[in-house]
Design a protein around this ligand. Sequence first.
Ligand code: XIL
Length: 391
Amino acid sequence: MKKSARLYRPHNHFSVAGGLVAFGLVATALYVLIATYAAGASYGSEPELATLSDPSMSISDPAASGGKAIQFKAAATGPDPTAPSTILLGAAVEPNQLDDPAFTAALTQYKFDSLTAENAMKFGQIEPNRGQFNWEGADKIVNYAVANNMRVRGHTLVWHRDVPGWVNDLSSAEAATVLENHIKQVVTRYKGKIAQWDVVNEALDEDGSLRDTVWLQKLGEGYIAQAFRWANEADPTAELYYNEYGTESTDLDGDGSYSRAAKANAQYELMRNLLNEGVPIKGVGLQTHSAGYYPGRGADILTEMKRLGDLGLEIEITELDVINLGDAEKVERYAELGRTCKDSGVCTGVTTWGLYDGHTWRGTEAAPLLLDTNFNAKPSYDALMTALGRP
Ligand code: XIL
């Protein structure tokens, strides 16, 4: 059971059985550790970290540790496969879609419990003119979500696209002021209502270098760390994410060549460096816009999720859709990606980029989503939900 369980998750249960299992593991770990110390074994100057399912739990035994607190990290048991799944199912939506009763009925019927604004929270939509904020669309999505007990992923505060023209004319100093103000205004408005923000989106180029954006040009390399800190100041409880495409695996072609590893490796280094600097970053959003077996097979995406998870980060699949496969292959692909999320133990949600095939940036003919043009579930829907442990 993940420690990030939150009230907005309608599917969260802490089962008694799970609690007993966790207690048993903790007791065993403590017993082994104490017995090891009693036997005179030494871990050297850096005591090895044992593990508990909740990393915030620790014990302090100055006698045994030479004055140092011993911190227990999580036991290598992984998630309990029998526990109810807490992985959220999300969809990207446009505000006006929420006026369509067929659309909202489908959200309910198919148990979507997270919403992302497909466009309504992007810079150019929310602050089309300097200091003039247009909240209408974003408010509509947030209000709907709150009324229906759904989580909201905020998307996105800093991106190289959808930047209004007036930003280009700013001096470096003005651009920093503008970005800080933008981030703080937006995050503050939805404080406590938007649980998770894509603070920075797509900051990396395909070769792993920082993308040459207006923000990099005007604020310099520190803009990413700055953005996270500004967002955290505005809402310390929001989970702050870095969101990216083409970093889902080190074998994006899925052909076993591992020839396209640069971007995933760069993202990993970026995350490690930001965490080392104490930047408040909670997780990585893997967009997972899929075409054929791009961006990689499940096993390689699992490896990527796990190494990011080992840094202490959580993962969300944030913009899933699947094109360029036959109908049966699409079903299997959705299952593969759902299993990957579940098996990683660090993946907390799967959001599709749109609810139904009637509205998708991929084009209706591509039929990339979980519901058809009439809002009926396709076989991919059951396949994904089963894979997530939410049959
Ligand atoms: C897309 C929207 O779906 C389109 O409607 C819009 O015209 C362009 O942006 N990565 C992202 C999303 O992070 O914000 C993009 O959304 C798709 C790619």
